[in-house]
Structures are given as C-alpha cells and as structure tokens.
Design a protein around this ligand. Structure first.
Ligand SMILES: Nc1nc2c(ncn2[C@@H]2O[C@H](COP(=O)(O)OP(=O)(O)O)[C@@H](O)[C@H]2O)c(=O)[nH]1
Ligand SMILES: [Mg+2]
Length: 462
C-alpha cells in the first residue's frame, strides 16, 4: 500500500460531493449533476504533481438505503465499539454483488481500505434526523472523519448542523467548492492533516507542494501575458504592393491581415493561460477585441477608457510618447536605416495623441521597384492598456475559477484597462510600451521590470 493519504467523499446524493472532489483535485473532468445519481460508482481522483500522487480523493455515489444498511449492522453487530468496523466489513463482503446495496458497497469500500471520511452536507437546508443513520454507519467504520458544510442555497443552517455533526465527526468545516480559492483549499487541507497523526506530515508536504505549484502558475501566467504584450505591440505586418503607392484595396487588405494576426495572438494567449490553470475545456463568453473601438481603425472617443482626451494627452506627454499608427511604404531591399523618408502623410496626423488615427504612410527608399506596405508597430497609446486590461481580466478569472464550475465563463465587458491607465501604474508600464512602439530592442532588465509590475498587479486580482 502506498502511503499517501486517501479520503472518501460521502453523503446524501446531490450535496456537492463531486464538486468538492473536483475542487480539491484540481480536476474538472469529474461528472457533476443536478440530478441525483450522477455519480454511479466510486472513482479515485489522485492529485498528482510531477507524476507523484499527493493525495487521493474518492468520489462516491450517495447513500441510497442507509436505513436498511444500518438495520443490518445493528442486527449483526452486537459487539463492542472496537469491533464495529469488522461488522461493516462483513456487510460489504456479503453484499458485494448485490444490486440492492450497490451504492453503499461502493462508498464503504474505500473507507474500509483506510480512507478518511469527508461527509458532505448542504447546510443551506435545515438539519433533519434522517441523516443520522448515515452518520451512524460512518461512525461504525471508525475512520478519521470530518464533515463539510456546503452552502448550496442562500439560507444558512450551519449552527444546527454543527451541533449534530459534532457528535459524529472529529472536525466540522465550511467549504464551498464553487467559490473556493487556493487559500481556502489550503485551509481545508490543514484541517484534513489533523485527522490522523500519520497524515499530518504528508499533507503538510502536499500543502507546500501545492503552494509552490500555485506560485509557479502565477509566474507562468505573467510570463504568458508579457510575451503576448511584446508580440502584439511590436508586431509588424508586411505586404507587397503592385504600384508605387498602395491602392485603397491593398491598404484594406493589410489592415485586415494585421488585425487578424492580433486577434489570433490573443486567442493563443488565452489558451496558454487556460492550460496553465487546467481549464482547457471551458466555454467562454468574451467579446472579441474590437480594434475599431480602440481607435486603431476609426475615430473613437476616449469614453471607453473613462479618460478625457485632455487627461490622455497629459499622461502621454508625461511619458514622452508620440502617436500615430504607421503604415510604412518600404522598398524591399532597403533597410529602414538606409532609406530616406520621402513620402508624405496620408492619414490625418492632426490628432495629437492617438485618438483620430492616423495612418501615416512613409515612402522609404528612393529606388522604384518592388514595394511593400507595412503596418506596425502599433502606435496607438491606449492600445497596450486595452490589451493588458483584457488579458489580466481573463487570466485572473481563470486563475480564480474553481474546478467544480461547469457553466460558461462570462468575460463580457470585463477589463482592467481603466485601472491600468491610472496614475503611477501607467507611468511605469508606459516605459516598456514606449520602447515597443518605437520598435526598440528590449533590454532584459526592462522586461524584468515590466514582469514585476504585471505580477504585482496580477496578485492583487487573485
Ligand atoms: N451554487 C452551488 N451549487 C452547488 C454547490 N455544490 C454543488 N452544487 C450543485 O449541486 C449539484 C450537485 O452537485 P454534485 O457535486 O454533483 O453533488 P453530488 O451528487 O453530491 O456529487 C450540481 O448541480 C452542482 O453544480 C455550491 O457550493 N454552490
Ligand atoms: Mg456525485
């Protein structure tokens, strides 16, 4: 027998047992249902880190015929308390193949094999004596035990429940599998560690491994967000053009391709975040990035950022930023440095700080030949904050999401753009944004600084 702690999650049908197993094993592949009987057979869910099992939870079907089972136990169990587990064992042995007690056999087996008991109740419903037979049966098993008060509905009968449960279980704790975050998960584990002396050490180890894992996930997420920002903000789209000047059609085509690329990179970033947090199969409701609204392809007001044009000009002036989304006309074979700027400005550069954009067209290089249209790096001053605000919102929602959640993830209208654009935060972030806008090569330390800022921000959102 391996030595990691095991727990059987048991109780009445439909009290959130499977949800609790999902949440504690960070696994969202577990069947959760609002019709009783979703869980038909017990199943072990090991929490593995680097291939090693830290602990295992058994999801079990609920009690179906507790009264009958207990009657059997009483009938066969006129024994002292230390022998009661043997009577339960005898019951399971005798009814192994019986349809009648299928669910009870399933749920009692892991307990008799040494698993601790986690008894789940819905404490938003009133306490009732009908639970007492279940609790008696569990008590007869003589295993370390704990009760979890889950609040599925809005009412709260935890006081009544606690008075009753305290007579049957060593510990009584509240845990909501739908909303529990990392720290609540850890707190519950700390309680579980107290149930049995031999489990204390392995569960403490499990806690430190899970803490490390959590920190690692945070760091990886920050890494993904930063890579994404750098990729999008420095991206340049190149497109061949037929004549000396780009036709309207060619410009449209280039804009479309540029935008497609940005949208694609955003999708890739979202997937990477979801993979880190083991939420790869969720359906999201998220409006796609509307570049038009960012003022990239159209005139747009500052209202979406909650800032006035004047405020924006002030912040951008403070950071020494310049504006204008550039479409450069490049002669192939000429580098940017060799080419001399001879072209005129096509778009309205009149707008100062990136509001009424701004297709600045440059003809670089004097030789007439094959020419290219380029778009990027993104000059719009607001754009980085829109990107970052959206991605931090998504990442924090994913990181906070319990694995017991089954519904779609609603990201509509969620963004931290406005917060990011305020005061000191903006100034600090702008340092990197400015460099990316200018197409400058990034120093490792600038990137590190940026990462630190993002991490600090991200941690406040968790
Ligand atoms: N709102 C809410 N719903 C819950 C909670 N726990 C479980 N549920 C829901 O209750 C139903 C039964 O949950 P499930 O985990 O399958 O219960 P089981 O039969 O005991 O395994 C599912 O629809 C869950 O989504 C909770 O803490 N809050
Ligand atoms: Mg279930």
């Amino acid at each position: 027998m391996s030595s990691y702690p095991k727990f059987a999650v048991v109780g009445h049908p439909n009290k959130g047992k499977s949800s609790i197993v999902s949440s504690l094993s960070l696994d969202n592949s577990i069947q959760i249902g609002n019709t009783p009987g979703t869980t038909q057979v017990k199943r072990g869910f090991p929490l593995k880190v680097d291939g090693e099992i830290i602990y295992e939870l058994f999801d079990t079907p609920g009690f179906q015929r507790a009264r009958r089972v207990f009657a059997w136990l009483e009938e066969h169990g006129d024994v002292s308390a230390d022998k009661r587990a043997d009577v339960v064992r005898e019951f399971v042995f005798k009814h192994k193949d019986s349809e009648r007690f299928k669910d009870e056999v399933e749920l009692l087996e892991p307990i008799l094999n040494g698993a601790g008991i986690i008894y789940v109740v819905d404490a938003s419903k009133p306490y009732g004596a009908e639970y007492e037979v279940e609790m008696e049966i569990l008590r007869w098993c003589g295993q370390p035990s704990m009760a979890i008060l889950n609040l599925i509905g809005n009412e709260d009968y935890r006081e009544d429940w606690t008075r009753a449960l305290g007579q049957y279980f060593r510990l009584v704790r509240t845990y909501n599998p739908m909303t529990a975050r990392h720290n609540e998960h850890i707190e519950l584990l700390e309680s579980m560690a107290q149930l049995k002396e031999e489990w204390t050490k392995p569960i403490k180890q499990a806690i430190s491994i899970l803490d490390e894992l959590y920190d690692k996930k945070v760091d990886e997420s920050v890494e993904v967000v930063v890579d994404y920002m750098v990729e999008v903000l420095s991206f340049v789209h190149y497109q061949k053009i037929k004549e000396e000047e780009a036709s309207g059609e060619e410009k449209e085509e280039a804009k479309l391709a540029y935008r497609e690329k940005i949208l694609k990179v955003e999708i890739k970033e979202r997937q990477a975040i979801e993979k880190i947090w083991n939420h790869t199969d969720i359906e999201k409701n998220e409006a796609s990035l509307e570049l038009e609204r960012v003022g990239l392809f159209s005139k747009e007001s500052a209202s979406i950022f909650g800032l006035t044009q004047k405020e924006l000009i002030v912040t951008s002036a403070a950071t020494g930023a310049t504006a204008g989304a550039a479409i450069d006309l490049l002669a192939v074979g000429h580098t940017l440095l060799l080419g001399a700027l001879v072209g005129g400005v096509v778009g309205g550069v009149g707008a100062m700080f990136g509001f009424d954009n701004l297709y600045e067209m440059k003809v670089l290089g004097q030789s007439i030949g094959k020419r290219e249209l380029t778009i990027g790096p993104m000059q719009n001053l607001n754009f980085p904050y829109v990107l970052l605000g959206r991605s931090l919102y998504h990442a924090s929602m994913i990181a906070k999401r319990s694995h017991a959640m089954r519904g779609d993830l609603d990201l509509e209208n969620g963004s931290f753009t406005q917060e990011l654009m305020e005061g000191e935060s903006r100034k600090a972030l702008e340092k990197l944004h400015l460099k990316l806008r200018k197409g400058e090569e990034l120093k490792e330390e600038t990137l590190e600084e940026y990462k630190e800022l993002i991490k600090k921000r991200f941690l406040t959102l968790l």
